[in-house]
Ligand binder design. Structure first.
Ligand code: FAD
Length: 462
């Protein structure tokens, strides 16, 4: 009998298992696929490795501006793929070692509930006082575009750059995954079109910054079609003919492509787990609802990560894993934090807290500060002057409500904003903090100063 069994070793599952073992629980983790889950094997890590490779190509081209002229780099896609795999293997091997080093028993196979405390894995049964479901998510599909590994691919197959770079790539879905792949493949030479059903790419994100990002993507040669629905495709002798319709209805148009990436979101992996045998309920979309302590409707059975609710992000899964493990070990624990989000496009887009629109919808009178990357000395030295920092505060008490960054280093800078929000900082706190010069972090400070009409490196509108 284990104290705790975790199903799945993605970022949520391995965090939960390690923390439970640290707290002295006799812990096992069951994995049907590869240790590290989607994030390490076919998500966060391999995409970022390829984005870095593609971006390096672009940097080599841009270096001509300051007098370093490289010959057009030779692209060895096989080697790029092997490098991606090397990065992934190092990290997944590291996680396997951490599980072992912390005394977590790793059981290989597909787990199914036989009761609230009992699991079956390939004919063997295991019992645990508590169980954490961390089974993650899989790519969602839409009618007319069934992934076939040839014409229509999911993100998992699209990671295999060694298959070749399509001349014309159609990306269905202008969310995070769609845009990251659009960035990779346009840098590697594809003509990319992104089709998005809603009115803007990155639905829900700050429209002002999204507009700037859309402009940057256009400059990079990526065509973005919003308010457009992809309805079907037919193979041609040389490529595919895709039919698109305005989302609001109207005349259809066609577009030719060599490959289609389906990036229309992800579905929770909650089917086939035998949840009924444990009495665990799911909602109409298949997500497993939980309390703030990550406990499902069945006491002692927890759910964490992508299988619980959006946003489907690794760091959310990790934090939920820690909360569930702490609670299972009898400690008070709850998930009540801000969740930053990053899109690793070029420029990067990162945000935490409320958008201006969300704050206004809640009836809050907002004060907004902005600072453009074009006014940043550091951004200029990096040849990356597109984007801006936008800081939102409550006009009544100056408390920070949200920070949105489009520009270089956004993925790292957003952590300062997340800390500020967690500590209930004011815009004044951000503005008064000395930020080193010349850095991109100064832009956060200047946006907060601008909120009070006092930024130094731009003219403040009164
Ligand atoms: P998963 O990582 O999905 O892991 C679940 C694990 O459970 C899998 O290993 C699976 O094999 C196993 N499993 C499932 N069912 C069973 C069973 N019955 N028995 C045993 N094992 C089972 N997020 C970010 O925060 N940053 C990023 O940059 C980022 N980039 C991404 C890029 C792509 C292309 C994709 C697809 C996703 C990306 N994500 C990113 C999202 C991130 O990968 C997920 O949010 C994260 O992996 C969720 O972690 P998880 O632990 O909930 O589940």
């Amino acid at each position: 009998m284990y104290d705790l069994i975790v199903i799945g070793t993605g970022p949520g599952g391995y965090h939960a298992a390690i923390r439970a073992a640290q707290l002295g629980l006799k812990t096992a983790a069951i994995e049907a696929g590869d240790v590290g889950g989607v994030c390490l094997n076919v998500g966060c890590i391999p995409t970022k490795a390829l984005l870095h490779a593609a971006e390096t190509l672009e940097q080599a081209r841009k270096a001509a501006e300051f007098g370093l002229v490289y010959a057009e780099p030779e692209r060895d896609l096989g080697k790029m793929g092997r490098w991606r795999d090397k990065v992934v293997k190092k990290l997944t091997g590291g996680v396997a070692n951490l599980l072992k080093g912390n005394g977590v028993e790793l059981i290989r196979g597909f787990a199914r509930f036989k009761g609230p405390h009992r699991l079956e894995v390939d004919g063997s049964e295991f019992e645990a006082k508590k169980i954490i479901i961390a089974t993650g998510s899989r790519p969602a599909t839409i009618p007319g575009f069934e992934p076939d590994g040839e014409n229509v691919l999911t993100s998992t197959e699209m990671l295999r750059v060694e298959r070749g770079v399509p001349g014309r790539l159609l990306v269905i879905g202008g969310g995070v995954i769609g845009l990251e792949f659009a960035s990779i493949y346009s840098r590697l030479g594809s003509r990319v079109t992104v089709v998005e059903y809603t009115q803007q790419i990155l639905p829900g994100s700050d429209p002002e910054l999204v507009k700037l990002l859309a402009r940057s993507l256009k400059k990079q040669g990526v065509t973005v079609k919003t308010s457009t629905r992809a309805v079907g495709y037919e193979p041609l002798e040389d490529g595919l003919r895709v039919t698109l319709e305005p989302a609001a209805g109207g005349d259809a148009e066609t577009l030719e492509a060599d490959r289609i990436l389906l990036a229309v979101g992800r579905t929770p992996v909650s089917e086939g787990l035998g949840l009924d045998a444990a009495g665990v309920k799911t909602d109409e979309r298949g997500f497993i609802p939980t309390s703030e302590s990550m406990e499902t409707n069945v006491p002692g059975v927890y759910a964490i990560g992508d299988v619980t609710r959006p946003p489907l992000l690794a760091h959310k899964a990790m934090k939920e894993g820690l909360v569930a493990a702490e609670h299972a070990a009898g400690r008070p624990a709850a998930f009540d934090q801000q969740i930053p989000a990053v899109v690793y496009t070029q420029p990067e887009f990162a945000s935490v807290g409320m958008t201006e629109a969300e704050a206004r919808e809640k009836g809050i009178e907002v004060a907004v500060g902005r600072f453009p990357m074009s006014a940043s000395g550091r951004a200029l030295t990096l040849q990356q002057t597109e984007g801006m920092v936008k800081v939102i505060a409550d006009a009544a008490n100056d408390l920070l409500l949200g920070v949105h960054i489009l520009g270089p280093g956004a993925s790292d800078l957003i952590a300062e904003a997340a800390l500020a929000l967690e500590m209930a900082a004011t815009a004044e706190d951000l503005a008064l903090t000395i930020h080193p010069h010349p850095t991109l972090s100064e832009n956060l400070m200047e946006a907060a100063e601008n909120l009070h009409g006092r930024a130094i490196h731009i003219l403040n509108k009164r």
